[in-house]
Design a protein around this ligand. Sequence first.
Ligand code: KG4
Ligand code: ZN
Length: 359
Amino acid sequence: MPRHFLGIESSCDDTGAAVVSEDREILSNIVVDQAELHAAFGGVVPEIAARAHAEKLDTAAALALKAAGKALSDIDAIAVTAGPGLIGGVLSGVMFARGLAAGSGAPLVAVNHLAGHALTPRLTDDVEFPYLMLLVSGGHCQLLMVRGPDNFSRLGGTIDDAPGEAFDKSARLLGLPQPGGPAIEAAANTGNPKRFAFPRPLLDRNDCNMSFSGLKTALRRERDKLIDAQGGLTRQDQSDLAGGFQAAVADVLTEKTRRAIALAMSDDTPPTCLAVAGGVAANKAIRAGLETISAETGLPFCAPPLALCTDNAAMIAWAGIELDRIGATNRAPLTARPRWPLDATQPALLGSGKKGAKA
Ligand code: KG4
Ligand code: ZN
């Protein structure tokens, strides 16, 4: 009988609870999002998020157990996101998981949220270590070699905004709705990406680091020029600006991933595939760029289903299973960590983003 783990996720604005088995079956995956609570503020408000997690965690866990057809006593271990993220939310989840563990006697596993994303291709596609992972979301942007459940090497990352953050801010500049990624993508579909010349930041540098905040500034400049000249933006202006911006982000992500592949391929143990995670991986232009380099380099492309690419607790339960296998259960005291880099050997690239401290 495979063991079953209950995963708990509350590091940003989604309250998640899920039951996953050792043999890679997702028995349930509940996500309660807080989009409505934050909509009026144009971003995630940490205090509101923490309170909403505290209110919804028990309901989410009860729903996850019910949907899985399990009682708490059937759960073999509890895996909880212990960072990085908005500290109030992380604390809500950690305290909740501690309470469940104390009440049920189940052991606890502290999971790094980014490790949850990074290990997802093993849950969905059973990929072999090591593999290359491009993690691109509203709060994160990293190119990682994933060598084991707690063995990651960062090849590069953003030195300022995460790509999703840049999409969201740019959508706001264009008067498009949030979340900005899908709104920009829809507008870009009818736009001419060549009308405006957007920069491709850091492509002149031969490393795998990226920068997206200058792109947003370039977009603002072009927008302001149009507003000064004609008093506002036409729908076509909006689409052309969105198209130019999206093409620039896609080019930067694609080229830097190409460099990461070249680096990784020269390793003693080359990667088995190129995997993606994070909400930005939904973008078709970005996906097409990655698929092209995958085909060019012969490195298979692995994109888990979107519901498992964005924040969820199934990935946390799964990471807990992987960590437990290597004996990481209860290895460290289970405290909430706002900052928790996956690769502690690399210097920090940036400070704090809209979704809290970045790893
Ligand atoms: O992984 P995710 O659901 O949440 C975290 O950031 O943790 O990612 C959300 C981000 C948002 O910034 C959103 O604008 C972006 O992913 N996103 C997209 C697309 N769909 C979502 N960005 C570009 N194109 C998309 N189609
Ligand atoms: Zn995430």
